[in-house]
Design a protein around this ligand. Sequence first.
Ligand code: SAH
Length: 254
Amino acid sequence: MTDDQARHHVRFVLVRTSHPGNIGSAARAICTMGFERLDLVTPQRFPDPEADALAAGAPGVLDGAGVHGDLPQALTGCSLALGLSARRRGVTLPELTPQEGARQAWQAASEGREVALVFGNEQSGLANDELAHCHAMVRIPSVEDYSSLNLAQAVQVVAYELRLAMLHGVDVEMPKPGDPPANLDQMEQFFMHLTQALEDIQFHKGRSPRTIELRLRKLFLRARPDQRELRILHGILAEAQRVQRKLEKALAGD
Ligand code: SAH
């Protein structure tokens, strides 16, 4: 795959952006580094003249931007999502430097996989629930007590590192024979099944399910299962649900 094809597999996702000027500046930032795919999740104001002004004409990026109702929708088709965060959060993901993140992202894009770089809201950053859709977190190593960059400047740093990865090249692995890796849509379907199955078998016993769910998401995202492995896991869950229903029926018949 050529670099020109690979760059179309990279999308920059801005989540719940408050300031339209940041959307414009982010569009300019990615454009200067040779990228053009921008996806917005529930932006506060978009389209907006301030976004247009700060994009400085970045050819077509704002016109082509996707606007989505939630993060999973913006990640449709992706098999790698990296969440940008200045802070380490409760359920820790593997943490990468911008250089490591960019190299992984560019490698995946060069293999024809869809890749997302996900950026949070200006005030609150990425919420735990949003980071839970990401395979790893990327932290720009800013100073401890003033760590938060302006959103568009964080986008610029990552776009620059991706550009370096593109210029220096990365070892592109040939796609492995066998089943393709599960993409994030398939992972979401699996997580919904897992949540339902744990509820059906009354796994939580009245405790809050959220922490366990976040930990399990982390585990399965780290494992990066392929589609066949995911089918096996679905099969196991379906069997547990079937046995549970049978048991409940038998008990009701007593
Ligand atoms: N107050 C927020 C910061 C939001 S800045 C917080 O503490 O999380 C807006 C976005 O820019 C962040 O969500 C993140 O995606 C990106 N960003 C800013 N500084 C960063 C850093 N040092 N490392 C990685 N991403 C950063």
